[in-house]
Design a protein around this ligand. Structure first.
Ligand code: HEC
Ligand code: HEC
Length: 373
């Protein structure tokens, strides 16, 4: 984006704000009226490229991502006017620097009430078939409107009211027109734009991604060892890290196997009770079943699990190694696997998990808050 243009707008806004405020009150910060956007929308599409991956995007035919649509989604994502009292945007709980989670066990909604579950990171959701920890949603265009209506999160139950509210803001009709060829704002198009933006949050530049092209030659010995531990103790049975599970080849190397389609980003349909609780405080989708989360950027998304109960990866590993409780609903894969790890195995496993970090994308301007606060 054109820095001079941005600076110019900042100065202009500075002057307007100074000349408007009778008493100067620098402590009060609120979203300005206009988002600062590039003259030509950023390129959202090229990072969504799926060529060479054996995976299918969940993008529907009637909402194909465009740069204009994703850019509109970005503005909506960071606009606090999507909440009842103008205090909370999606970006309040889903922050780029936390891989679109927020580093908290539970998050504060528009009325300071806490969410009942931990805010998950938003990453590679174009390859996910289910949304929310309880996997209750399957269409992203519909899912993205639910936080807006949620009585804890954003509190606008009536989406027609939201459409009216947004229509009254100067810049939206034009942005909707650019995205959808009509400046009339509908709840359907709000959902479509938000879904396009969320779908564009895509990671494929982690060390793991880059290394798989040359047989993991760039991995250190510890990272390679960790990859083997990951498969040996069965993490791989549920958390696939790429479009496939890692499977041991006869030569001790890895080749793609398992369920290609549903797993890119590490999410599968058949999550299971993983022995966290004997009596469920949260049933998930029933019987303590929760979505298998992606392990991408896992170093940025603590605390962990649906209830954010673990603060560190070590606590998570302790759970898998010592804490899994037997239960009639316990996932078979956890009943059968031998998860013994010595200190070296655990360190190696953590090193491997860190190869799934992809910081390249999270701080890109096209994902950032366009409102200067
Ligand atoms: C107050 C904090 C908060 C706000 C605001 C918020 N979210 Fe979330 N988000 C959460 C929590 C908590 C969950 C998990 C809820 C659950 O699974 O029951 C979640 C889940 C999601 C998921 C599902 C991710 C997955 O892997 O299944 C998506 C997508 C999402 N939010 C997008 C959005 C969008 C888009 C907005 C704005 C319209 C938004 N969120 C606003 C806290 C928030
Ligand atoms: C039986 C399937 C299964 C196996 C095997 C499994 N996991 Fe998980 N994992 C899950 C599910 C389901 C969750 C979410 C549980 C919840 O929130 O209650 C999870 C959560 C996690 C989380 C927290 C992610 C987050 O964003 O909060 C980490 C980290 C993790 N697993 C790592 C591992 C490692 C390392 C192994 C191998 C030692 C492993 N998992 C084995 C299913 C599995």
């Amino acid at each position: 984006m054109n820095i001079t243009y941005r600076l110019f707008l900042c100065c202009l806004m500075g002057i307007v704000m100074l000349s408007c405020s009778k008493e100067s009150s620098p402590a009060v910060s609120h979203a300005p009226d206009v988002p600062i956007l590039p003259e030509v929308p950023d390129d959202y599409l090229s990072a969504m490229e799926t060529e060479g991956l054996f995976v299918h995007s969940n993008e529907p035919f009637d909402n194909v991502t465009t740069n204009e649509g994703a850019q509109l989604g970005r503005v909506l994502f960071y606009d606090p006017d999507l909440s009842l009292n103008g205090r909370i945007s999606c970006g309040t709980c889903h922050l780029p620097e936390f891989s679109f989670a927020d580093g908290r066990q539970f998050s504060s909604g528009f009325g300071d009430e806490l969410t009942h579950r931990n805010t998950p990171s938003l990453i590679n959701l174009q390859f996910s078939n289910t949304f929310f920890w309880d996997m209750s949603q399957s269409v992203l265009e519909e899912q993205v409107l639910l936080p807006v209506q949620n009585h804890i999160e954003m509190g606008i139950e009536d989406l027609d009211y939201l459409a009216e509210k947004l229509s009254a803001k100067d810049y939206y009709p034009n942005l909707f027109n650019q995205a959808f060829g009509s400046s009339v704002i509908t709840q359907e198009n709000i959902g479509k734009a938000l879904a396009q933006f969320v779908r564009s949050i895509n990671s494929n530049q982690s060390k793991f991604d880059l290394a798989r092209d040359n047989d993991f030659e760039d991995f250190t010995a510890i990272e390679r060892a960790g990859m083997q531990v990951f498969a040996r103790v069965g993490c791989n049975d549920c958390h696939s890290v790429l479009g496939h599970n890692l499977v041991f080849g006869e030569d001790g190397g890895f080749f793609p196997g398992g369920d290609e389609g549903s797993f890119y980003g590490g999410t599968g349909g058949d999550a299971a009770n993983i022995g966290l609780d004997l009596a469920y405080a949260d049933q998930g989708m029933g019987q303590g079943i929760f979505k298998v989360p992606s392990l991408r950027n896992i170093g940025m998304t603590a605390p962990y699990m649906h209830d954010g109960r673990f603060n560190t990866l070590d606590e998570v590993l302790d759970h898998y190694q010592y804490g899994v409780q037997d239960h009639p609903n316990l996932d078979n894969r956890l009943k059968s696997s031998n998860r013994e790890m010595n200190t070296g195995d655990r360190e190696a496993l953590k090193s491997f998990l860190m190869t799934l970090q992809d910081e390249s994308f999270v701080l890109q301007e096209r994902f950032s808050d366009p409102f200067v606060r």
